[in-house]
Write a protein that binds this ligand. Structure first.
Ligand code: URA
Length: 242
């Protein structure tokens, strides 16, 4: 059994203080009756809760989509700088969330945070074929021969053997723009692959993971909880989100 304020703040939608107010205003129904107090206890597996008549889904895990800005570390704690967790409100910070894979400090874009270790592992494992798509701007002119090299799976100077990957050229000039699709996520992988082709990355942003695109409404630093549909898609296994 868990306290109502803990259950509801765990969804990330309300702070404990807001739950207190909602209870006072009689806006929370719990198992068919107005919730008597924020401290009242309910079973998370069976409780039927609604706020203003809207059912509340209580799930064990929390999933957050963040549009990571440059300059922030994909870590849960770091003595030296701001981490992605610092961008979230306190209610969400308390839930034991961690980033699903890392983006470099200067990389922007889609970063998922969760406390569901098993599903996070599936999303990251190349075995489940969850493609990650990146937009990159590079120095130099990308060419078809670079696409072929990506497709055939290259081995970098330092011995890193990359799985076959996608490279789609969007524009070519003094700098080039492209989409890179990876099934794995080795350290600095996009930057290392493009640098190996002599086209160092100037800007990098992750656009999607499997079927989950970065929500275009999220400004850099913005976040939202995943919808029930998005969570189901992720939990239905990696293949379901390719
Ligand atoms: N590849 C990189 O080089 N950096 C990232 O942040 C993600 C993928």
């Amino acid at each position: 059994m868990q306290r109502l304020d803990k259950l509801l703040s765990g969804t990330g939608k309300w702070s404990r203080r807001e739950v207190k107010l909602l209870v006072k205003q009689g806006r929370i129904l719990a198992d068919g009756a107005p919730a008597p107090s924020p401290e009242a206890k309910y079973a998370p597996e069976t409780a039927v809760l609604s706020v203003d008549g809207e059912p509340v889904m209580l799930s064990r895990y929390t999933w957050v989509m963040l549009n990571k800005p440059a300059g922030v570390l994909s870590a849960t704690e770091d003595g030296r700088g701001r981490t992605v967790l610092d961008l979230l409100p306190t209610e969400l910070q308390k839930l034991g969330l961690f980033p699903v894979g890392r983006l470099d400090k200067d990389t922007e874009g889609l970063l998922l945070l969760t406390n569901d270790g098993q599903t996070a592992h599936r999303i990251l494992s190349p075995k489940y074929h969850v493609d990650k798509v990146y937009y990159a701007r590079t120095a130099g002119r990308l060419e078809e021969v670079d696409c072929r090299a990506f497709e055939s799976g290259m081995t970098l100077e330092d011995g890193l053997a990359c799985l076959p990957a996608g490279l789609e050229i969007l524009s070519v000039g003094e700098t080039s723009e492209c989409l890179v699709t990876l099934r794995e996520g080795k350290f600095h992988q996009v930057k290392r692959m493009l640098a190996f082709r002599g086209k160092p990355v100037l800007y990098l942003k992750r656009l999607s993971m499997g079927k989950l695109p970065l929500d275009a409404a999220l400004e850099p630093g913005g976040f939202r909880l995943l919808t029930e549909g998005e969570r189901q898609m992720l939990q239905n296994g990696g293949k379901g989100i390719v």
